[in-house]
Design a protein. Structure first.
Length: 293
């Protein structure tokens, strides 16, 4: 998907950038940068779009986002309506030169080099690795100098040995996009998130993009590798998953509030996107939450 080029500011003092965002809502424009990032969500929830992935994010999630992968952590509307709710994340930005141009060429660092250069998509940490890295990211922010660098290397070394990193997207970042194209995709995204609960026609969203319907369909498919209808349905199912877990609503009510005009169509698309029926998804989520308690 495409995006606003975003420059990560670096100083002469630090080769690895640490950033803390404690704000009413997260930066809500699709963007990309050459650095890899590790992000821990501390507060708030919403929708993550990264490459061709669409899904929910919530507190305690840890994500790895590869170089030049277009992404945005889009908070729910409630965070715009009530700024007292607040959103909070901490992020480590790094690239293959962050440890020096020659360090990763050492034989002892070969696994870390392969790991960093292989981060070409969006990933989510799970299980014991998620718990370990979640604690270590917060510790990194309390350290300076060599102690910080050593802990980061230990983090990366743990990740190279783990099978608890789940690949979320299959996006290929072929090139950077200019700001005007990034704005167009942001307009499409914002419109879709604001109106997914009702019927949306191709003519309507094409007008948002200032294109003819035919040109818009070609444009969207080339840049996202999916049709707009598939993208819209994924947004709708993402919302439905949140409602299943967090709201005391019937499946029929969730179907209607997520933008589907009949229950059978909702059930079919839900299973196509999640590989589960709504009922099975809810039961599985309840079991997972029970294990965390």
């Amino acid at each position: 998907m495409k995006i606003i080029p975003f420059k990560i500011p670096k100083t002469d003092k630090d080769s690895i950038l640490l950033q803390e965002d404690s704000v009413p809502h997260f930066y809500d424009k699709l963007h990309q940068h050459s650095e890899v990032q590790i992000t821990l969500i501390l507060k708030s929830h919403g929708t993550l779009l990264a490459g061709d992935y669409i899904g929910n994010f919530e507190p305690n999630d840890v994500y790895l986002i590869g170089s030049n992968i277009p992404h945005v952590f889009k908070n729910e509307q409630e965070y715009y309506d009530d700024e007292q709710l607040g959103a909070h994340m901490i992020t480590v930005f790094f690239d293959s030169d962050s440890f020096g141009k020659d360090f990763l060429n050492l034989p002892e660092a070969s696994s870390i080099k392969s790991f960093i250069t292989g981060l070409t998509n969006c990933y989510k940490l799970t299980g014991l690795l998620e718990e370990q890295i979640k604690q270590q990211i917060q510790e990194v922010f309390q350290l300076e100098g060599f102690d910080r660098l050593l802990l980061l290397l230990n983090m990366f070394n743990s990740m190279t040995k783990s099978t608890e990193i789940v690949k979320l997207s299959n996006f290929k970042a072929a090139r950077s996009y200019d700001a005007s194209e990034g704005k167009r995709m942001n307009d499409i995204l914002t419109f879709t998130i604001n109106h997914y609960h009702r019927k949306i026609t191709i003519e309507e969203v094409a007008q948002v993009a200032n294109m003819t319907p035919e040109a818009f369909c070609r444009y969207f498919k080339v840049r996202t590798r999916k049709t707009y209808l598939n993208f819209l349905n994924e947004i709708r199912i993402t919302n439905a998953c949140k409602l299943l877990i967090n709201k005391d609503l019937t499946i029929a009510e969730i179907s209607s509030s997520s933008g589907f005009n009949n229950l059978s169509n909702f059930n079919r698309i839900f299973k196509k996107v999640t590989k589960l029926t709504p009922t099975t998804y809810l039961l599985k989520s309840q079991m997972q939450m029970g294990k965390k308690k």
